[in-house]
Design a protein around this ligand. Structure first.
Ligand code: ADP
Length: 295
């Protein structure tokens, strides 16, 4: 199974990209949609919101009054944290159910608006960031989604910056042009990177002849997060290797942990040993990565 994280600022074009990926065959796990489902009338999620914020978050018919909740939750950090503490675990559990149901060879795309803000990148084999200039996004949100300009600007200001998104992105999808141009880009990405990457993981093999990433230091930083998450207590250190042209890290094994255990833990994350058991290569055909294991 390959898991792809799709993110970008509000109005950047995530839904547009997700629809195209779905047409191509991906299983979409839509964070916003699930976030709505888990607070429908009668759910424990809605009961928890009423408990935390009072009946003022309910509409007359007993459903969630979203504008009222947004006004409260965007007013201060504490309220936003309370809201997230209620909804995030529910969204996580429901997402996991859908992923499990999709089967072992599925290409899962999780549309997660706050992926960067929540440092969720390491959970994915590939992070796609859809980008459009903030002014362009305000204009699209106002003209096409009926949002007030003030609301659009407030939401954009509360989200990650372009620099933070760039650091998290394995793939940067520029959606400043006409819709057709990003859709062409998405189809190319699907054929040349996503599908072969998924096959490599299913067959537990490294990519052959992958090109160097455009920014090896940033690629290594993302790799550190992925390798840590995959190894957990099997590693005592994961350090980015500088002065290489691929995304590269060195792992220090915890005492008593064998090569085979490290390889088993890194396989689902998409890293496979070659002739030398201590050097693993990533399955991503779009960017070369290397994990050297020592200690
Ligand atoms: P997100 O899911 O990231 O919030 P959407 O995909 O819903 O963003 O796009 C925001 C709005 O902008 C939608 O109404 C969409 O139809 C429109 N849109 C998306 N891409 C473009 C584009 N390249 N040019 C013009 N409008 C676009």
């Amino acid at each position: 199974m390959i898991r792809i994280g799709l993110t970008g600022g509000i109005g950047a074009g995530k839904s547009t990209v997700a629809r195209e990926l779905e047409t191509l065959g991906a299983v979409i796990v839509d964070g916003d949609k699930i976030a709505r489902e888990v607070v429908e009338p009668g759910t424990p999620g809605l009961a928890a919101l009423v408990e935390a914020f009072g009946e003022r978050v309910l509409a007359a018919d007993g459903s969630l009054n979203r504008p009222a909740l947004a006004a409260i939750a965007f007013a201060d950090d504490e309220s936003r944290k309370t809201l997230n503490a209620i909804t995030h675990p529910l969204v996580g559990a429901r997402s996991q159910e859908l992923i499990t149901a999709a089967g072992p060879d599925a290409i899962i795309v999780q549309d997660i608006p706050l992926l960067v803000e929540n440092h969720a990148g390491p959970m994915f084999h590939l992070v796609l960031v859809v980008w459009a200039d903030a002014e362009e996004r305000v204009q699209r949100l106002v003209s096409q989604r009926g949002m007030s300009e003030q609301d659009a600007r407030a939401r954009i200001a509360a989200q990650a910056t372009d620099e933070q998104r760039r650091a998290a992105a394995d793939v940067w999808l520029d959606n400043s042009g006409a819709p057709d141009s990003i859709l062409t880009e998405v189809r190319r990405l699907w054929d040349h990177r996503i599908v072969p990457y998924g096959h490599n993981i299913s067959e537990r093999r490294a990519a052959v002849g992958a090109p160097a990433p455009t920014d090896p230091a940033a690629a290594a930083a993302r790799l550190v997060g992925r390798v840590w998450l995959a190894l957990g207590a099997d590693a005592v250190a994961v350090v980015a290797d500088s002065a290489t042209d691929v995304g590269a890290v060195t792992v220090t094994r915890a005492a008593g942990v064998e090569d085979a255990a490290v390889a088993a833990a890194l396989a689902p994350a998409g890293f496979y040993p070659g002739a030398d058991q201590d050097v693993l290569t990533g399955a991503d055909p779009g960017a070369a990565t290397r994990v050297t294991v020592g200690g």
